[in-house]
Design a protein around this ligand. Structure first.
Ligand code: SF4
Length: 323
């Protein structure tokens, strides 16, 4: 159950990729909050900037990427200004991560137990080896793996189990936010569903918030409380999940929704979205979606609309049609 209190406030976040001869603005001054206990999703086509946002929030942006502006506030503290010591406490204690490739990041020549207790002992030096082992057993139980398997090596587990181990490591220090970037993409659909159901249970039990990123809009709608739709580095709509398919305000959100088959009801022909997102190094003037938008007007090609709140819909959207 999420509250209205913001856990993480993202303000005017801007991320550039700096090339020798050009700069591509991958995230252009976006604002959003992740509330206490909320699952917040970021969706959009490949290259829209959603993973770049996740990396910036985790302070994992590496050159040629550069966080060139904005704030990410956790309880009023700007994460982007944290020094090394504060960053160490922020990562894993307050915010942890599960990435698509995480399950392949487990060290194949070290028993899994050691990899979990390492994280626990590094951040809780007072706990001791026995305490860390007991916590690792507890975490295995939480993610549904028998603790007797703690001393196995990663290759002895299936892909789904390896991803559960990564979720266990992410939970090790009781973080308040877990950033999950395509956490189930490499898994088959049945295992995907099992893992998502388990994350939902754990979230209800432990009360953490989630930033969830996936290209699977159906899965996201089922799992998230609210969803931000990104297009070409900007947020074009932020809405309760149930509104994304039934009451989307932005033409791009509607087009994205029409590109996914419904889970129930009659079989429909998928429409897709004609054209491609613009090159970030030479963006069109005005609304970035205008070259692909079936409802584009003259003003759309001149003025980029701002993200505004539409309280009657409990949504924010950036589109001239709504003004
Ligand atoms: Fe389409 Fe104009 Fe709205 Fe952009 S602002 S989505 S071009 S109607």
């Amino acid at each position: 159950m999420s509250s209205d209190r913001a856990l993480l406030e993202v303000r005017n976040l801007t991320v550039d990729y700096v090339g020798e001869h050009s700069i591509a603005r991958a995230v252009n001054g976006i604002d959003f909050d992740i509330r206490e206990g909320e699952a917040f999703g970021l969706a959009g086509e490949s290259g829209c900037g959603k993973s770049t946002v996740a990396f910036a929030l985790a302070r994992l942006t590496r050159l040629p990427g550069l966080v060139s502006g904005g704030e990410v506030r956790l309880n009023g503290e700007n994460v982007l200004k944290f020094d090394k010591a504060r960053l160490k406490a922020y990562r894993w204690n307050e915010v942890s991560f599960v990435f698509q490739s995480a399950m392949n990041a487990l060290n194949p020549v070290i028993p899994v137990a050691e990899q979990i207790t390492d994280v626990i002992e590094t951040h809780n030096p007072g706990l001791g080896a026995d305490g860390a082992r007991a916590r690792a057993e507890e975490l295995f139980e939480l993610v549904g793996i028998p603790p007797a398997r703690l001393d196995d090596f990663s290759h002895q587990f299936s892909g789904g189990m390896r991803q559960r181990i990564c979720i266990a490591i992410a939970l090790a220090l009781n973080p308040r936010l877990i950033i999950m970037d395509e956490p189930t993409t490499a898994l088959d659909v049945v295992v995907q569903r099992d893992i998502i159901e388990q994350i939902v249970d754990l979230k209800a039990k432990l009360g953490f918030s989630v930033l969830f990123i996936t290209h699977d809009l159906g899965l996201m709608i089922e799992f998230c409380d609210r969803i931000g739709i990104m297009y070409s580095g900007e947020l074009v709509e932020v809405a309760p999940s149930e509104a994304i398919l039934t009451n989307a305000l932005h033409p791009y959100t509607r087009a994205l929704g029409n590109s996914f088959p419904p889970l129930t009801g009659p079989r429909l022909r998928m429409e897709g979205i004609p054209g491609s997102p613009p090159d970030l190094r030479s963006l069109p003037q005005g609304c970035r979606f205008a070259p692909r938008c079936p409802r584009a007007m003259d003003i759309c090609r001149v003025e980029n609309p701002e993200l505004r709140l539409y309280p009657e819909h409990r949504s924010q959207a950036a589109c001239h049609l709504l003004n």
